[in-house]
Design a protein around this ligand. Structure first.
Ligand code: UT7
Length: 316
């Protein structure tokens, strides 16, 4: 029987400090407006980490919640794969710190860097390792503190991002039709200059219009690839859980798939862009409130610095 990677639990964590657009503009003296930010991006507010919060602390909390939802003990976990562009240290990895924070005592842990596409990449690696028999119970985490790499004087980027973490617990199951059906990863390093972090500590720089121009085309082709690979049609998809960068990109993807707006999970208005955390945070919300149910077909997609982009199809 082939092994499948089933999502057994999801969890999210958002720092309690919330700043709406007006409060952000006032705090940093930005020449912007709530109307501009909402209209161009769909963002109303973002959560920002406090001094005691970090990629590790937020990722560990999201992971605890994913374990609790799955009813799995930390002692059963045999791998922690963490997607982040804002690790606490160059090393040890955030994955290793989270492993320790959870009390996981066996297996392995590492970080993976693919910017906003990080969670899709991490899910892909975890799924391949489970199918290969290298691990059976894997925490896949996206955790980010972009507030620490933003230029708070640059209104064209700093209003767009927020902090947070999301996690899923993947468990090996034999046979059946549930689990990660396939993942589709892409990168084009020649596009590095349109979205990057200066050095390792920032600030982040983005040619927003250029990223926007490429986003819908690249995401659409990754999504088509995922459907074709599984012999599925757009009409088979129950939920789209997209990267939460801009409501206009999200809505365009929903329209491309012919999905009614209530089948597209949206958190960008409340979370802003939390990079690698955005897809697992949105998943955790829609699973937690009962929208996504067992056997639903869920399409995940993301695009970010690299450029990197990708899609995944998952049967819950
Ligand atoms: O997560 C990784 C993937 N990232 C993305 O997918 C982001 C993709 N890009 C975007 O979401 C959009 O391009 C933005 C939201 C970043 C910008 O929206 P836009 O409609 O492309 O605006 P723009 O960059 O063309 O800027 C329009 C105007 C400019 O002024 P001029 O040159 O027309 O006079 C900007 O200077 O808006 C100005 N502007 C602002 N005005 C008020 C830029 N930022 C702001 C601001 N407040 N915060």
């Amino acid at each position: 029987m082939p092994l499948r990677s089933v999502i057994a639990g999801c969890g999210g964590f958002l720092p309690p400090n919330v700043l709406d657009n007006d409060a952000l503009a006032a705090k940093f003296g930005l020449d912007t407006s709530d109307a501009w930010i909402r209209e161009r991006s769909g963002i109303r507010q973002r959560h920002l980490a406090g001094p005691g919060e970090s990629a590790t602390s937020m990722g560990a909390e999201a992971a605890r919640r994913a374990l609790a939802q799955a009813g799995v003990e930390a002692s059963e976990v045999d791998a922690v794969i963490c997607a982040t562009s804002t690790p606490d240290n160059a090393f040890p990895s955030t994955g290793a710190h989270i492993q320790a924070a959870l009390g996981v005592t066996r297996g392995f842990a590492f970080d993976l860097s693919a910017a906003c596409t990080g969670f899709i990449y991490a899910l892909s690696v975890a799924d391949a390792m489970i199918r290969a028999g290298q691990a059976r119970c894997v925490l896949v985490i996206g955790t980010e503190v972009y507030s620490r790499i933003l230029d708070w004087t640059d209104r064209s980027t700093c209003v767009l991002f927020g902090d947070g973490a999301g996690a899923v617990l993947l468990r090996a199951e034999e046979g059946g039709n549930r689990g990660v059906l396939s993942t589709h990863l892409h990168a084009d390093g020649t596009q590095a200059g349109i979205l990057y972090v200066e050095g390792t500590t920032g600030p982040l720089r983005m040619a927003g219009k250029e990223v926007f121009r490429q986003a819908v085309n690249k995401l659409s082709s990754a999504v088509d690839e995922a459907l074709v690979a599984n012999g599925l049609a757009k009409g088979d998809v129950n939920w789209l859980v997209p990267h939460q960068a801009n409501i206009r990109i999200i809505d365009a993807m929903g329209r491309k798939l012919g999905l009614s707006p209530d089948r597209v999970v949206k958190t960008v208005d409340r979370h802003a862009n939390t990079s690698a955390a955005s897809v697992p945070l949105a998943l955790a919300e829609a699973v937690g409130d009962g929208r996504i149910r067992k056997d639903d077909l869920v399409l995940l997609e993301a695009i970010g610095g690299g450029l990197t982009w990708g899609a995944a199809l998952v049967r819950f």
